[in-house]
Design a protein around this ligand. Structure first.
Ligand code: ADP
Ligand code: MG
Length: 247
């Protein structure tokens, strides 16, 4: 029997359309507390849409999503509760350019968690230390490298004390020499037991960190397997074909 309380994310029979175009088809995916999922697949296969549905940056039309037992539906109360549990990091950082690094991390806490400024700034510094850029706190995003900006984005998300972190191709906009510093930050987070869904084509990261690797194509989950099986003996010829093209 599955202990429902150990489920962080439960996605069942999820369908989504953009207008007449069906972007997600009958997606089933359960993520347990502390589990690390890597999602890969060709461009346009629906990876971003899938993880954006989890905190309702996109709305689904059929099927169900639960986050830590809370049903994602039209209830604003439920959505607020879910957004408290879920942090998200995007490909293009999405930092506020006119705010310092520290303010980027502190302001969301002040605005949506009613934190006192001093407390918000203290937590901001805590997580900036964690992602190893406390010395950048008073700079503006534009003065930082891409890798540093992405680490700020991770710190900012962590400042909201999420239980689940969603990453949408967090390293694909970075110059190659900056990929490792961001992946190292994510590995550290994984080692602390954070529940994570990471959309990425960094297969080294997947091998090292993932409990399961999910391959999507044309809006469907084609395969979901432990990394050992996924990379060495995938079930599907479509997975094999994808892997041979990217590795
Ligand atoms: P991936 O992240 O795997 O590249 P996406 O989830 O971004 O895929 O997109 C899946 C498909 O949905 C693509 O064909 C894309 O063009 C389409 N799509 C994405 N966002 C929208 C949107 N807001 N409106 C219409 N079509 C969209
Ligand atoms: Mg995408």
């Amino acid at each position: 029997m599955i202990d429902q309380r150990s489920q962080a994310i439960e996605i069942e029979a999820l369908d989504k359309w953009y207008g007449h175009f069906q972007v997600l088809r009958n997606i089933d995916l359960n993520v347990t507390q502390g589990e690390r999922i890597v999602v890969c697949g060709p461009s346009g296969s629906g990876k971003s849409t899938l993880i954006r549905c989890v905190n309702r940056l996109e709305e689904h039309q059929r099927g169900s999503i639960r986050v830590n037992g809370i049903v994602l539906n039209d209830s604003v109360k439920n959505l607020d509760a879910i957004r408290r549990e879920v942090g998200m990091v995007f490909q293009h950082f999405n930092l506020f350019p006119h705010l310092t690094v520290k303010e980027n991390c502190a302001l969301p806490q002040i605005l949506s968690r009613q934190k006192k400024r001093a407390d918000a700034e203290a937590l901001a510094m805590h997580f900036l230390e964690k992602v190893r850029i406390p010395e950048q706190a008073d700079k503006y995003p534009g003065q930082l490298s891409g890798g540093q900006q992405q680490r700020v984005a991770i710190a900012r998300a962590l400042c909201m004390t999420p239980k689940i972190m969603l990453f949408d191709e967090p390293t694909s906009a970075l110059d190659p020499e900056m990929v490792k510093e961001v992946l190292d930050t994510m590995v550290a987070l994984a080692e602390e037991g954070m529940t994570m869904i990471v959309v990425t084509h960094e297969m080294g990261f997947a091998r090292k960190v993932a409990d399961r690797v999910v391959f999507m194509e044309a809006g469907e989950i084609v395969e979901a397997n432990d990394p050992e099986t996924f990379f060495n003996a995938p079930d599907s010829a479509r997975t094999r074909n994808f892997l041979s093209n990217i590795m």
